[in-house]
Design a protein around this ligand. Structure first.
Ligand code: BJW
Ligand code: ZN
Length: 260
């Protein structure tokens, strides 16, 4: 870690009243949840459009439903990691803080973050594509387990799908609106653990930068936005985010002592 770079990031975070953070699958990697792309990613074996589209679900319901069931089981057994907890602490230290996530695992909320903007939905929620009835995780699990062909049906006969956003589908209107607003008004924008390959989420860092925000990326690998960021931290979010928060707390407490 370059100490000077770290200092610069901490100064930016300290001076910012408005911070926005965009997270991706990499933030949950240290909780044991596989990312999508990359060497260990889910999609080294499976094609994204074959699994994460409505057509895939409709034509291969059993396979796609099983895939989501398997992922829910992994998430159920996992816990938030130091990166998730650091973002909760950063929220507590910041006047105007927005946490925008592409993740569907709910780990930010389990770490205590509030008002999380979920761009791609939540894998634990399910709904009927016919009558729109919502199913809690427990209700859905009950239906899924008692169904030997792994094709979950609602009481009305319609198929039950996960409440996630697939390719070609619109993002929840309110979430994307809030995310753009947060990006535009931010003074510092952190892009953490995302390959920034999927639009419209990948547009957010660019919008933030165009509107004068200081753009910081945390990722062990280069991404589609690495060339436009103000600062890049090549490492794991579970290492770097807690370090930011510790340094920030130290500076803030020193400042308070000086004022007194
Ligand atoms: C670490 C780490 C550690 C590892 N610490 N870092 C051309 C044709 C067709 C469509 C399009 C097109 N061009 C654009 C589109 C639109 C399309 C799109 O962007 N496609 C691109 C792939 C080209 N987008 C959409 O369709 C979106 N909707 C839309 O645009 O609506 C308007 C519209 C409608 C109709 C037509 C056209 C437009 C919807 C996108 C929905 C994405 N859904 C998914 C699946 C969600 C459900 C599920 O979970 O199954 O969301 S796809 C998948 O990718 C998932 C993720 O949220 C998303 C982003 O992935 P993410 O988070 O960046 O993960 P990875 O794996 O890519 O990266 C992980 C990173 O972590 C890596 O960089 C690692 O290095 C790093 N890392 N360990 C920090 N410890
Ligand atoms: Zn129904």
């Amino acid at each position: 870690m370059n100490i000077l770079k770290n200092d610069e990031a901490i100064q930016q975070l300290k001076n910012a009243k408005r911070i926005a953070v965009l997270t991706g699958a990499g933030v949950s990697a240290e909780s044991g949840i596989p990312t999508f792309r990359g060497e260990e990613g889910l999609w080294t074996k499976l094609s994204p459009h074959e699994m994460a589209s409505f057509e895939a679900f409709y034509n291969n319901t059993a396979i796609v439903s099983e895939w989501y069931h398997h992922r829910r089981e992994i998430i159920d057994k996992s816990n938030p990691n130091p990166g998730h907890y650091a973002l909760k602490e950063l929220q507590d230290l910041t006047e105007d803080f927005s946490l925008i996530t592409q993740n569907v695992d709910g780990l930010h909320q389990r770490a205590g973050s509030t008002d999380v903007i979920e761009l791609h939905g939540n894998i634990m929620e399910n709904y009927c594509i016919n009558c729109n009835r919502q199913f809690s995780h427990e209700e859905f699990d009950e239906i899924y387990r008692h169904n030997s062909n792994h094709i979950p049906h609602c009481f009305c006969g319609g198929l039950i799908r996960p409440n996630v956003v697939w390719f070609g589908e619109q993002l929840p209107e309110e979430s994307i609106k809030k995310a753009y607003q947060a990006a535009i008004r931010s003074e510092v924008f952190l892009s953490v653990g995302t390959s920034a390959q999927v639009a419209p989420a990948s547009d957010l860092p660019r919008h933030a930068k165009q509107n004068g925000s200081y753009l910081i990326e945390i990722n062990p690998n280069q991404t589609a936005i690495s060339d436009i960021v103000s600062l890049r931290f090549e490492g794991l979010s579970g290492d770097i985010l807690p370090m930011f928060v510790e340094d920030l707390k130290e500076i803030l407490s020193n400042n308070q002592q000086t004022v007194r």
